[in-house]
Design a protein around this ligand. Sequence first.
Ligand SMILES: Cc1cc2nc3c(=O)[nH]c(=O)nc-3n(C[C@H](O)[C@H](O)[C@H](O)COP(=O)(O)OP(=O)(O)OC[C@H]3O[C@@H](n4cnc5c(N)ncnc54)[C@H](O)[C@@H]3O)c2cc1C
Length: 406
Amino acid sequence: MDFSLSPEQQRFRDDLRGWLHENLGDFAPSGRAQSAETAAPLETIGRRAQVEIERGRAWQRRLFEGGYAGISWPREFGGRGGSIIEEMIFNQELAEAKTPPLINVIGLYMAGPTIIAHGTDAQKSRYLAPLLRCDEIWCQGFSEPNSGSDLASLQTRAVRDGDRYVINGQKVWTSLAHVAKWCILLTRTGGEKYGGLTYFIVDMESPGVEVKPLRQITGDAEFNEMFFTDVRVPAENILGSEGEGWRVAMTTLMHERASLGVGLQVRSRIALEELRTLARATMEDGRSRAADPLVRQRLAQLFIECEAMRFNGYRGLTRMLRGEQPGPEGSINKLMWSEVNQRIADAAMEVMGPAAMLSPDDPDSPGEGRWSYLLLRSRANSIEGGTSEVLRNILAERVLGLPRSR
Ligand SMILES: Cc1cc2nc3c(=O)[nH]c(=O)nc-3n(C[C@H](O)[C@H](O)[C@H](O)COP(=O)(O)OP(=O)(O)OC[C@H]3O[C@@H](n4cnc5c(N)ncnc54)[C@H](O)[C@@H]3O)c2cc1C
């Protein structure tokens, strides 16, 4: 792969940098990962999160108005019509500038591309523009209490009744369900494990949809339980056709894995740079922690791992630029990213020493509590988007050609 940017790609990057310089002002990072109220009641957390949601919405709208939402989406659907290299540059520049996260991430990287691939013309014209403008937030209702890694065993049932389907069941870990207008919902309409699944677009304001927040170890409540009781959904809200849900869901998951691969390794590299700054600034017995040979070795090892992720990401990109399907590189990078992120947080704790125990709102807490937040939040990285055990199985079977695990 040629690592240099073409003149056109450089122009895209420079224009984006200029635009970010002019537009990021009100959205610049506050320096605090989260407030200290980890033991606050859920309603308080909900209200605080609401402020972040509204800020995220406003940021995505600003990006849309600047022509920077849906970088690689076709122009006919309101996107920029760019290449996946431009999408990569976009993700890198946003990470470097420490912009707020893209709040409608499930819409932009999962629901939207699935609608583009499988939707009817009516679905494309109804859903895509409000998604890009962030007028409507999306969530993903795949996982259930007894179906996560083995997704196709799910039991939420949809039964046809005239021109509607009646949906009953429970989903869990549904990120953003508390603010979403639409849900991409995978249901069972038949007995066959894979052939009995159907994929719906469900209005979260429908009668019978109940959302209950789940509080995480960080104190945030990013995700929810969802209960469906006799929820009536028009047949025209099926994405694909009845019984085709598995194939449509694979499009969603393929895009999830590919988007994780493009954006996340940059965020790990930035976290590592911040860790290096922390090590330099932290003093112990009059010496910088960065002078400790053990700390230096750990930082060097993490740097090597971040570089390996970067080049592995390029391998995946090269494959996609050749028009091939995303390969196992996405699984390698998801596995590496989650573990490297956890190792960066562990290393930060060691660098900080006893100061790591200070509460995030303590004025002496290094990084205003962001490291203890990362330590707690990164525990979820090896579960969300495919667990590390399952990814190792995929790599063992599909890359190394080892016998199937079961
Ligand atoms: C922060 C976060 C956000 C999430 N957001 C969403 C969302 O928006 N929408 C959504 O649908 N889901 C979401 N999820 C759910 C996520 O996709 C599932 O948690 C994940 O797929 C694992 O499923 P599970 O929790 O049911 O665990 P299980 O599949 O029950 O796994 C339990 C344990 O068994 C191991 N295991 C399972 N099968 C095997 C095997 N074959 N070989 C070896 N080990 C195995 C797993 O690695 C794990 O350690 C989210 C999860 C997190 C943590």
